[in-house]
Design a protein around this ligand. Structure first.
Ligand code: ATP
Ligand code: MG
Length: 392
């Protein structure tokens, strides 16, 4: 039996005239992910994209999995393709959905007839297919409100499609429709979630990670690679810049009052990340900060760090509780990596009593104590090491 994959694109419907461009980007993204699995033909029509394998040996389960993590799609279904003849449609529905229907108590049939030349209207198609299935499967009942299985029949110009349950898509907007932003990624729980959330809105990601060897280990860097690989399952290719941060941190330790270590370090991170972000064509920074979570994330501390960013800072976790962030972290399969124990540079030289209400003026004065700050920033930017992370 010939099978295809049907994609429902969600918010794209809102895009009016841009719709076609958005769909083209979505198709390009999916094409890239499916390429290693074989040849596919793509067709757009009526808020659905059909993906048709060009050979019989394609792994459709894997194709569906890859499509399910592509932003810009609300639902994915595998469908049987058959001739537009009501008898064939009934038989195909029975054969194709037999397994699902034998385990169900109730079902309903939903029909969509976009080929208006087809002799039966949608209600008549439902009656025919429903009646046929009831005659073949004893014990099955119709429930139009809350059925165990919905049998969908779509009669289109070129063929009829039959499918059962639709699987959820990743939602959001197609990657590449929303510009590019730079994620400051630590090895923690929050920043990978923040990157995922902004990528979901169609934004491509560049990432910056600050490493402070020998205070931080190679395993801490490996953790960041592994986390970005999980984000990349959804967000596509990510350029990761690992920035040597040891000298800057030591300068802060040597030159600044201890209560301001963390805020000053975060300000220096913003300065370095802003430089790399602009150079890489990004239009915003992303962090995993959540209001009040730690001393460096009070409203006053954030005001101090924001002052050093030359781009808007997106903080999608800002209003979320830790358990809400963890829920997303688990969903994207990042949580078990995030809880590996290795030290991040943020936990190096942590002050015993951080100042929770710093002002930007006080932060500026503190930062001015760092010897050769500009040269240190320049050196860190120049020595950043690029690695490309790509899950597919
Ligand atoms: P996370 O779980 O993302 O590590 P956190 O709650 O531990 O966040 P902090 O350690 O204060 O919070 O870091 C706040 C934000 O600063 C992080 O979400 C991340 O965006 C950025 N950040 C922290 N450490 C680094 C680092 N080593 N490299 C790059 N960005 C970092
Ligand atoms: Mg952290």
């Amino acid at each position: 039996m010939k099978e295809i994959i049907l994609l429902k694109d969600g918010e794209l419907a809102l895009k009016g005239l841009n719709r076609s461009t958005f769909e083209d980007i979505l198709i390009k993204n999916i094409r890239g992910r499916l390429a290693p699995l074989g040849g596919f033909a793509f067709r757009k029509s009526q808020s659905t994209v059909t993906v048709e394998p060009e050979t019989d040996d394609v792994d459709l389960d894997e194709a569906v999995r890859r499509i399910q993590t592509t932003f810009g799609i609300v639902g994915v279904s595998r469908a049987a393709v058959c001739e537009k003849d009501i008898r064939t449609i009934c038989e195909t529905a029975y054969d194709y959905l037999y397994d699902e229907l034998t385990f169900a108590k109730t079902f309903k049939v939903k029909a969509k007839r976009s080929d208006k030349n087809f002799p039966l209207a949608s209600p008549a198609i439902c009656d025919e297919v429903g009646g046929y299935l009831l005659s073949k499967l004893r014990g099955l009942k119709v429930d139009v409100h809350d059925p165990d299985v919905t049998v969908t029949v779509e009669v289109r110009d070129n063929a009829a499609f039959i499918h059962g349950a639709q699987k959820p898509g990743a939602g959001g907007m197609p990657t590449g429709t929303g510009g590019r932003a730079c994620l400051l990624i630590s090895g923690g729980i929050d920043s990978p979630v923040a990157g995922y959330m902004i990528a979901k809105r169609g934004v491509k990601l560049t990432a910056v990670h600050f490493a402070s060897p020998p205070y931080t280990s190679a395993q801490a860097e490996e953790k960041v690679h592994d986390l970005l690989e999980k984000v990349s399952v959804y967000a596509g290719r990510i350029n990761l810049f690992t920035v040597p941060f040891t000298k800057i941190q030591e300068a802060i330790r040597d030159d600044c009052p201890e209560e301001m270590f963390t805020v000053t370090m975060r300000r220096m991170m913003m300065r370095v990340a802003s430089r790399i972000a602009v150079w890489q064509g990004c239009d915003a920074l992303i962090t995993g900060e959540s209001l009040g979570q730690v001393a460096s994330q009070t409203i006053h501390a954030l005001k101090c760090t924001d002052a050093c960013a030359s781009l808007p800072v997106f903080r999608p976790c800002i209003g979320m509780d830790k358990n809400e962030i963890i829920e997303i972290s688990r969903k994207i399969d990042a949580f078990d990596i995030s809880i590996r124990p290795y030290e991040d540079c943020c936990t190096v030289f942590t002050p015993r009593h951080p100042r929770t209400r710093p002002t930007p003026e006080y932060a500026e004065k503190t930062e001015a104590l760092i010897q050769n700050a500009d040269a240190l920033i320049e050196e860190a930017v120049q020595n950043a090491v690029l690695k490309i992370i790509e899950a597919w």
